[in-house]
Design a protein around this ligand. Sequence first.
Ligand SMILES: CC(C)(COP(=O)(O)OP(=O)(O)OC[C@H]1O[C@@H](n2cnc3c(N)ncnc32)[C@H](O)[C@@H]1OP(=O)(O)O)[C@@H](O)C(=O)NCCC(=O)NCCS
Length: 247
Amino acid sequence: MVDDTGAESTTDVAVARTVAPTVDRIGADSVDVGAIAAALRSIVDDDLACGARAVLRDPIHPGERCLYVGVVDSVRRATATGRMLAREVLHSMGVSPGPILRTTGGRADWPAGIAGSIAHDDAVAVCVCGAGVNITIGVDVEPAEPLPREIVADVVSTELERALVGNDLVLARLLFCAKEAVYKACFPLDAVFLEFKDVWLLEPATSTAGSWLMATSTGRQVRVQVRRAPRLLAVARVVSSLVPMAP
Ligand SMILES: CC(C)(COP(=O)(O)OP(=O)(O)OC[C@H]1O[C@@H](n2cnc3c(N)ncnc32)[C@H](O)[C@@H]1OP(=O)(O)O)[C@@H](O)C(=O)NCCC(=O)NCCS
């Protein structure tokens, strides 16, 4: 476990891989991937495996080349690193996958019996996986930087969210990150496109504690564990399908 500053950087290598070769990685100087993996591990349930990896220069699996036709280099590197990491996380669970392609809707096509989620920014990829048909998870990662003011109003949609965020634009970005993680967790269940305003905080009073209960316009309740440091991280897990009223 780590405190809210993300200071501790020890990891359980079996389930939270922090492999980061000293060559061929992008943006490595500014990313403490060990601290990110530790922070992720601290917010991921014990029955799930997870990991983080610095984005690499050329990590493409031969069986995944079809994913990269016409894709710009930065996206190709991030996507391929996410998949390399996903294979490492799956190995830690005793699963040996080949290529990880895509299903309709853009999510990764996981091996049978596995649920998982991948996210990446320019410098780091993260992945969370679990075994079992009832597991529905989503992960997101973002640099710990302010959300551009012009999109804050789109993301911070309810009175309760406005009260939580105030003028803290990094917290606004964490809310953005949480809503994207919720979308990824819910899409495999509902196959419904959600706008930011289709996802909202249910428990603002406890929201600064790092565990947010959120609801969707499709009737899902989702627990989202969040961290602000060393990078914005959100791990969403669907907890029920009770239908909450729209805010
Ligand atoms: C899915 C989405 C949220 C990903 O966000 P992003 O910032 O582009 O990229 P991230 O790095 O966070 O995540 C990318 C990964 O998400 C996964 N993903 C893509 N579509 C997905 C979906 N429909 N459901 C679950 N996971 C999905 C993929 O594994 C993808 O990685 P890959 O392209 O390397 O395979 C975004 O592409 C999208 O479709 N947004 C529309 C919906 C939305 O954002 N609504 C507002 C929030 S409710």
